[in-house]
Write a protein that binds this ligand. Structure first.
Ligand code: NIG
Ligand code: FE
Length: 416
């Protein structure tokens, strides 16, 4: 967990919780004490909280509202320069994402803008996106590199994440995605670029301690399974756990590779098969579904959340926030898509932006629940029932957001 930003922090008593939603279950009439950024005690409405002498206790009375653990957005490309509104317009007239990429647009267009942007500009842009996320109750965000595709710019992007980690209340989890696509200077030389990623970029990033995970875009005409395997194995050797962009546009085997290498998650999965679901069901790998990207790319095939859940796979939902395939930082909206397009129940969708996410980042002990010892982060909805969140179609009203025991959004706070 991240250190306090503004010492000294006071203890916070959160009272009047009408419904506390955790891991698909609801407990009514709860109060809790957050001390030193963590849940220190939790009890019923009529129990007195064990405060200690001389402790300054701040009080947040939720007035019977519904509360969830801080939301986790586990797959984002939050740091980038420029935008791709022009490509979105072209796609609306029938030009495909792959065709735009093939002519040097797509990811490469954002690579050009991100290479040009200064570190300070990237921090400012990403901070604004993080502020909006926090206002909706998101208190932990995974952020990928992957718009640098050379050592200097990949390091620059990850330093931006580290700077925000130091100066923003949201906990950030950095992922190296040097194998996002082949940069223009390696055009036609995919193997040489993989070599560069494996021999130079991964060791340097790991040495700098700037990433926790290593990801790859395993896709037809990008990186095939053998190349993805090399990248992920090099990541494992350097201490970075694998994640995979798998079976987004075509089924080429990224899911099975992820399971085989013990990936913490495989992400996208619009094109997976029943066999892939079988592989996932027998593993600890989380299926991260990104319905914002499916929607934004105008795809007709949605990830089979129902079949995954029925097979016992842990499912997480995330925004995939990025300028090309999902220009959206609204995680609650993904629960609406989960229910309306993926066949999830509201409780399953809410679990997928809290607990499933914790698992997708290996943060089960501190996130996705509000037991003693968990991160002192929660979202107090301006509603008495958490089912309002998917129902209200992207228009979540946060009554308050608590981050590490600080009330950062809500009554008495300057608005973000
Ligand atoms: O997760 N699929 C690959 N990567 C991103 C898209 C990045 C982009 O288009 O800039 C994704 O959808
Ligand atoms: Fe992505």
């Amino acid at each position: 967990m991240k250190p306090r930003l503004h010492a000294p922090k006071r203890t916070l008593l959160i009272d009047g919780i009408g419904r506390l939603f955790e891991r698909g279950r609801v407990e009514q009439d709860v109060r809790m004490l957050i001390r030193d950024g963590r849940v220190a005690w939790r009890g019923r409405a009529d129990e007195s909280a064990p405060t200690v002498d001389d402790e300054v206790v701040e009080h947040l009375d939720c007035g019977g509202r519904a509360v969830l653990p801080g939301l986790v957005d586990c797959h984002t490309h939050l740091v980038f320069g420029g935008d791709r509104a022009d490509e979105f317009g072209e796609r609306s007239t029938g030009v495909s994402y792959e065709r735009i990429a093939a002519r040097g647009g797509g990811i490469r267009s954002t690579v050009r803008a991100t290479r040009q942007a200064s570190e300070t500009e990237l921090v400012t842009l990403a901070r604004a996106r993080l502020d909006r996320m926090l206002a909706r109750g998101v208190t932990c965000v995974e952020v990928k590199s992957g718009y640098g595709l050379d050592l200097d710019t990949e390091l620059k992007m990850l330093r931006v994440v580290a700077e925000l980690q130091r100066t923003h209340p949201v906990e950030l989890v950095p992922t190296l995605l040097a194998a996002h696509t082949v940069p223009p200077e390696y055009e036609g030389r995919t193997e040489s670029y993989v070599e560069h990623v494996v021999e130079t970029i991964i060791p340097a990033v790991a040495e700098a301690g700037l990433a926790r995970f290593c990801d790859v875009f395993c896709e037809r005409n990008v990186f095939d399974v053998a190349q993805a395997r090399r990248v992920l194995m090099a990541g494992i050797d350097a201490g970075l756990r694998p994640k995979v962009h798998a079976e987004q546009l075509h089924r080429i085997g990224g899911t099975q590779l992820g399971v085989e290498l013990g990936a913490v998650s495989v992400d996208h999965l619009e094109a997976i098969s029943a066999e892939d679901i079988g592989h996932l069901a027998g593993s600890e790998t989380v299926a991260v579904l990104l319905p914002g990207a499916t929607l934004f790319l105008g795809m007709s095939q949605w990830a089979p959340a129902r079949a995954l859940l029925d097979a016992g796979v842990t499912v997480a939902l995330s925004t995939d926030c990025n300028p090309g395939s999902s220009m959206c930082d609204n995680l609650p909206l993904m629960t609406t898509l989960g229910c309306a397009r993926l066949g999830m129940s509201p409780a399953e969708a809410l679990t997928a932006i809290t607990w499933g996410k914790a698992a997708a980042l290996g943060l089960q002990s501190t996130r996705g629940h509000l037991g003693v010892g968990a991160a002192g982060d929660c979202l107090v909805l301006d509603a008495t029932d958490e089912a309002q969140l998917p129902y209200r179609f992207g228009e979540v009203r946060s009554w308050a957001v608590v981050c590490s025991g600080d009330v950062v959004v809500g009554p008495g706070c300057p608005s973000l």
